[in-house]
Design a binder for this molecule. Sequence first.
Ligand SMILES: [Cu+2]
Length: 355
Amino acid sequence: MSYALVQVRNVARLLLSLLAHRPENPAAVSATLTEWKVELSAGTIAAGTVTFTVTNGGSIPHALEVEGQGIEQETSVIQPGATATLTLTLKPGTYEVYCPVGNDSHKKLGMETELKVGPAGATALDYDAGTMSMRTPGIKAIRVTGGGTVIQILPGPFPFPDSAAPILQQFGDEREGLESQVKNGPYSNNVARAAGTFAFTAWDKGATRDSVDGVAEFATQDGARWKLVLDRVQTKDVPHHPRFGGVILGLYYHGNTAVHTPLVPTINSAVALWAFGHLYKNGTLVTDNAMVHVMLLSRTRRDGDFALACWDCSKNKVDELQLQILPGPGEPKFDAPGGFLFVNWEKSGSTKSAN
Ligand SMILES: [Cu+2]
């Protein structure tokens, strides 16, 4: 074979290989952001240039971040109904795709998914067939024990109405109900001494397998003795709470984050959980469907009169344990001030474990 012919053939091979690897159509992935999900039009793409078209289909501002293989890129904040694009060149590997708004609080509420990037030129099927491994997130548990002064919060005005007002604007349908709580809600400076104990364990095992176990026993200012036995986690939406998330370890929310009601100061929580429980008053069953919200959170109240001390309390030590109990759906209000029970243990502690 002549030298010239070899050269021609090599050039032809080179051209063919370039053609094979050329991203003829840079991959296009559309992403939809809602409370609290990130949905991608494709879970697996080939390496190369990809353009994400990101639509905020929710009712509060969101953004999209792609992280992995040394890349960490995000869109600017996208208002509800608006769209943004993000073009990246991705190497093979697995990427986390999530909403970075609120110090990852949106991510922890469920706004994250995975994008797999296969070798250049490979089809989605080729790649999927080769990577059947699943990411198994570690199961985490927390044991919380209430301590310190025990107080009962009675209905009253929210002490930071002007700080909460602009955040309430973002709550759409829920705004009206929340605004009535500004004047007479559960987060007030109207505090009475109570006494009692509360200890529980919560397991964060992912969307549908969270679990909780614990008992609270306390006496309220009117002399009634209450007992709550936690039964199961709650994950369905109910009015005035954008999402009931089972068990979430480590969350930055409330206040100015636009995650859950702004009629609670901005806080970090070591654990937040929503559950159903059995509630007894003076030894008699009140309901098997009491709706329970528990947080071990940044201290929000000051010593002495236990008034709310801050609108942004997120830098405070996490040692306040809040227990709120509401009647089950369609059930009558409790025989307690405001029809609900809200008790805090002001110096509480926790231990975390791997399972
Ligand atoms: Cu978001």
